[in-house]
Design a protein around this ligand. Structure first.
Ligand SMILES: *Cc1c(COP(=O)(O)O)cnc(C)c1O
Length: 432
């Protein structure tokens, strides 16, 4: 079934560390060999062996309206014919900046970069430059890309591989990163008290998607906003996942809490390598060439990437019904999975917001890093492979969220539930 993928994986391992260009792709968290893909259309992926899958990863978010989405493909083709890069300004950059500022609350100015990692690294530098302070607060299990400052108790692949605090990060850098427990306001207060006047920024995934999907308790984000305002700390919402996914204005629109700086990635480039950071004018004005904080990029604002992002975000901006439809589809999937697991007496918990869905095999609620890591990994592996064999492509780690696309139809979801029913029956036999 996976002969060609297996051959490609062997060949890749000779020339690429671990055979992949981003660790989670190697399937280490679920075992087996990664699937190599050839093409995709709408909600369906096709692998190198000709197998078909219903996609619940959506390239970790960007394919929110499905793969090979015609308006995006046409925009990229058109832009490519006018050259793939200038290293000089274009009107497309202004258009995308204007559109984002229109869609997301609290953003006066925005700078384009090439990945979510770059966006978060830059936002932290800007916050440090703006406040003249060194330390930052992040949350256990939250992932903000692979910048040195963030590889302290990080989520996503870093968590999967058991190295949430990475070698190669100097002690000095690690000392400037303080970690708090998600959903624990008291823990954050304690860090502020112990480091009076030293905290430049607090960075958080408002709705974490990198330790599975976890939701903020009532008042948690509001509490962080108040603390940061009181302490003169820059509040950074990392909306690389949640931006343009939970709503046009991301988590900030959903919860009505505005950050000082926001970082973007994933959906913003419609599958091309783009990231961005933006926020309040007084803070963004410290960025070079207006201000002294240096940040640059040869390919930043690349015309192909800008065109793709513009095409996708325009659709999302013009058709707010998309979010209602995504919500309905995801609610439906969640309800049916719940019935299936219940029927087969599989202990489970699910967290959902909009089209993000976290599936955990455990009895208790999952509200933070420590509860997320107590879930049953063996059950997840079994579920993952059972679903894969039945043509359902889930994120290859229990510490990742599902992301639905609006290309999914009722038929796709029914097929997914039917597959889950078969796998859950096998799980009941295997684990009980
Ligand atoms: C994916 C992700 C990043 C990193 O983005 P890259 O484009 O992979 O560098 C940062 N923050 C969050 C919340 C993410 O999900």
């Amino acid at each position: 079934m996976y002969e060609k993928s297996k051959q490609l994986y062997e060949r890749a391992q000779k020339f690429i560390p671990g055979g992949v260009n981003s660790p989670v792709r190697a399937f280490k968290a679920v075992g087996g060999t990664p699937v190599f893909f050839e093409k995709a259309n709408g909600a369906i992926l096709y692998d190198a062996d000709g197998n078909e899958y219903i996609d619940y990863v959506t390239s970790w978010g960007p394919m929110i309206l499905g793969h090979a989405y015609p308006p995006v493909i046409n925009a990229v083709k058109k832009a490519a014919e006018n050259s793939t890069s200038f290293g000089a300004p274009t009107e497309l950059e202004i258009e995308l900046a204007e559109l984002i500022i229109k869609m997301v609350p609290g953003i006066d100015k925005i700078r384009m970069v090439n990945s979510g990692t770059e966006a978060c690294m830059s936002a932290i530098r800007v916050a440090r430059g703006f406040t003249g302070r060194n330390k930052i607060i992040k949350f256990e299990g939250c992932y903000h890309g692979h910048g040195d400052s963030f590889l302290i108790k990080a989520g996503s692949g870093a968590l999967t591989f058991g190295t949430p605090s990475s070698p190669g990060v100097t002690k000095g850098t690690a000392e400037d990163t303080l970690t708090a427990s998600y959903n624990d306001l008291e823990d954050v207060k304690r860090l502020f008290d112990e480091n009076k006047g030293e905290i430049a920024a607090l960075i958080i995934e408002p709705v974490p998607g990198n330790m599975g999907c976890i939701l903020p308790n009532e008042g948690f984000l509001e509490g962080l906003r108040e603390l940061c305002t009181k302490e003169g700390t820059v509040l950074i919402f990392d909306e690389v996942m949640t931006g343009f996914r939970l709503a046009r204005g991301g988590a900030q629109e959903v919860y009505g809490v505005e950050a000082d700086l926001t970082t973007f990635g994933k959906i913003i480039g419609a599958g091309l390598p783009v990231g961005a950071y933006g926020g309040k004018e007084e803070i963004m004005n410290v960025v070079s060439p207006t201000g002294p904080v240096y940040q640059a990029g040869t390919l930043s604002g690349n015309p192909l990437a800008m065109s793709a992002g513009l095409a996708l975000l325009s659709e999302l901006n013009d058709n707010p019904k998309i979010y209602e439809e995504l919500d309905l589809k995801t609610t439906h999937l969640e309800e049916w999975l719940h019935r299936v697991f219940k029927h087969h007496e599989i202990p489970h918990t699910m967290n959902r917001l909009g089209s993000m869905l976290g599936i955990f095999f455990c009895e208790e609620k999952v509200t933070d890093f420590s509860t997320a890591t107590q879930t049953n990994q063996e059950m997840f592996k079994f579920f993952f492979h059972g679903m894969l064999e039945r043509g359902i492509y889930l994120p290859p780690s229990a510490y990742e969220s599902l992301f639905l696309s609006n290309a999914l139809t009722q038929e796709h979801i029914d097929k997914t539930v039917a597959a889950a029913d078969e796998v859950a029956e096998l799980m009941a036999e295997h684990f009980n």
